[in-house]
Design a protein around this ligand. Structure first.
Ligand code: UD1
Ligand code: MG
Length: 430
C-alpha cells in the first residue's frame, strides 16, 4: 500500500516537473514529491475540519464560548465562537506529520549533511504560528485589551526573527531604479529591517481581525490571500528562490485546505464564528511564509483591501474619533439588509482641525457626517471601515451579497497586485 502511494506521488511529481522544464532552476524531484504529499495531507485536513467542527460545536457553547449574530433577526441563537482553533490544530497536526517528508531522507541517509538551518526555520515558523493560535484563543476566552493585541504578535515573531538573524541576517533592500542615482543599487537598513518584519506580523494579524463583522469575511479574505500566495509560489518555484517558495507552499496548501473547511460553516448564514483565534492564526501564517520566503512586499500587495481598511480606520483606532466596541454594519430587520453603522460624538470633544477635515471628507462622499443632532451639538459619523464605506456608495445590502461583493473586491485587488508585481515592477526593478 505504502509502495503504491509512494509510486503515485513520484508519478504526479514527474508530471508537475514538466511544467518547469524551461525555467532557470527547475524544482528538484524531492521538492515536487514533498508538494504532492503535502497536497494529499491537505485533502485529509479539509475532511477532518469538516467532520470535527459539528462534533465540537456544542462543547464550545457548553463552555460559554459563543456569540450572537448581530446581523440577524434572531439574536437569541448561540453561535459557537473561536472555531478557528480547530482549523489551527488540524493545520499544526498536518504540519507535524509532514515534517518527516522534506527532512526524512536526511534521517535515513547518515552520509548526507542535515539541513539544520532549514529545519530550524520550519520549527520556529510552527512555533510562531502555534503561539498566535494560543494567544488568539486566549483573546476569545478573556477578551483582551487592544494593547495586548499589538504586543503579542511582536513577541510571537521574536523566535522567527532570531532564526532569520542566524540563517540570513540579510537586511539589504534593492533600491527602485528612479532612486538609485541618490542611494545606489542596494541599501542596508540594518535593525530597521527587523522592525519592519515584526510590524508585518502585527499588521497581518490585526488587519484581518478589523476587516470583519459579516458572515464569511474573515475566512473568505484569508482564502483569497492564501490562493494568491500559492499562485505566486507556483510561478516562482522554478526561479532562483525556488526553495523559499516550496517552503511557503508546504505551509499554504494545508492552511488553505483547513480554512476551506471552516469557510463551509462560517459562510452566510454562519453556523460558527471563527473568533480572533482564526484571525491571528491566519495573519501569522502569512507573515511567517513571507518572512522566510523573502516576499514580504508581494504579500503586502495581496493585502490591499486590508491596508485601505486600516488607513481608513486610523482616526478611530488612534482615538481621534470615538471607537465603539463593534463597528460592524447595522442590521435593519424590516428590509433584512445591512447599512453603515455610526458613532456619535459631541462636536466640542474633537481636537481642532478634525471636524473641518471630516466636513471636507463628507463633501467628497468619503464619510457620511450628520451635524446638529440632539441638543444641536451632537454629530454622527459612519464607523470608519471599508465595509461601511462600500455601503455608503452602494446603499444597504443583503449580508450574503455584501460578503460576496467584498470577496470579489479582494480578488480584483489580487489582479492589481499581480499587475504591479510583474509588468509594472520591471519599471522600478531589474
Ligand atoms: C473587531 C472589530 C469590531 C467588529 C468585530 C466583529 C475593530 C477595531 N474591531 O473587534 O469593530 O465589530 O471585530 O468581528 O475594528 N459578529 C457577528 N457577525 C459576524 C462576525 C462577528 O455578529 O459575522 C459578532 C458576534 O457577536 C461575535 C463578535 O462579533 O461574537 C466577535 O467580535 P470580536 O472578534 O470579539 O471583535 P474584535 O475582534 O475585538
Ligand atoms: Mg475579531
Amino acid at each position: 500500500m505504502i509502495a503504491v502511494v509512494m509510486e503515485t506521488g513520484r508519478l504526479l511529481s514527474a508530471i508537475i516537473s514538466r511544467l518547469y522544464v524551461n525555467s532557470c532552476c527547475p524544482p528538484t524531484s524531492d521538492m515536487l514529491f514533498a508538494v504532492v504529499v503535502n497536497l494529499a495531507l491537505s485533502v485529509a485536513a479539509v475532511i477532518t475540519v469538516v467532520r470535527t467542527i459539528p462534533a465540537v460545536s456544542k462543547m464550545f457553547i457548553g463552555a460559554g464560548l459563543y456569540g450572537r449574530d448581530m446581523n440577524k433577526k434572531d439574536r437569541e441563537t448561540k453561535i459557537p465562537e473561536g472555531l478557528g482553533v480547530i482549523t489551527g490544530c488540524v493545520f499544526l497536526i498536518v504540519m507535524f506529520l509532514f515534517l518527516g517528508v522534506p527532512f526524512g531522507q536526511h534521517f535515513m541517509n547518515p552520509n548526507a549533511s542535515f539541513p539544520h538551518s532549514e529545519f530550524s526555520e520550519f520549527l520556529t515558523s510552527l512555533l510562531s504560528i502555534c503561539c498566535m493560535l494560543f494567544l488568539g484563543f486566549a483573546d476569545d476566552v478573556l477578551n483582551l485589551k487592544w494593547r495586548y493585541k499589538v504586543v503579542f504578535p511582536t513577541l510571537a515573531s521574536l523566535p522567527l526573527l532570531m532564526v532569520y538573524y542566524i540563517n540570513f541576517n540579510s537586511t539589504t533592500i534593492v533600491v527602485p531604479k528612479p532612486l538609485r542615482v541618490y542611494i545606489g543599487m542596494t541599501a542596508d537598513i540594518g535593525p530597521l529591517y527587523y522592525l519592519y518584519m515584526a510590524l508585518l506580523a502585527v499588521f497581518c494579524t490585526n488587519a484581518i481581525n478589523i476587516y470583519s463583522g459579516i458572515n464569511g469575511l474573515e475566512v473568505g479574505q484569508s482564502l483569497v490571500i492564501s490562493a494568491s500566495v500559492i499562485f505566486f509560489n507556483l510561478i516562482e518555484l522554478g526561479g532562483y528562490q525556488g526553495r523559499a517558495h516550496a517552503f511557503s507552499l508546504y505551509f499554504m496548501l494545508p492552511f488553505t485546505a483547513s480554512t476551506l473547511g471552516l469557510f463551509y460553516f462560517n459562510k452566510y448564514p454562519a453556523r460558527v464564528f471563527v473568533g480572533d483565534t482564526f484571525c491571528y492564526f491566519a495573519g501569522m501564517t502569512f507573515a511567517v511564509v513571507a518572512i522566510i520566503g523573502h516576499f514580504s512586499k508581494t504579500l503586502l500587495l495581496f493585502f490591499i483591501p486590508q491596508i485601505l481598511n486600516f488607513l481608513y480606520s486610523t482616526p478611530q483606532l488612534f482615538r481621534l474619533l470615538p471607537c465603539p466596541r463593534h463597528r460592524l454594519p447595522r442590521y435593519d430587520p424590516e428590509t433584512n439588509k445591512v447599512g453603515p453603522s455610526c458613532a456619535e460624538f459631541k462636536a466640542s470633544d474633537l481636537k481642532h482641525p478634525v471636524l473641518q477635515v471630516l466636513r471636507l471628507l463628507h463633501i467628497l462622499k468619503l464619510v457620511h457626517l450628520e451635524e446638529g443632532l440632539g441638543d444641536g451639538e451632537m454629530c454622527r459619523i459612519n464607523n470608519l471601515t471599508l465595509i461601511n464605506f462600500i455601503l455608503i456608495w452602494t446603499g444597504p445590502q443583503h449580508e450574503g451579497t455584501l460578503t460576496k461583493l467584498l470577496l470579489v473586491l479582494q480578488v480584483f485587488c489580487t489582479c492589481i497586485a499581480f499587475f504591479i508585481r510583474y509588468p509594472l515592477a520591471s519599471f522600478f526593478y531589474d
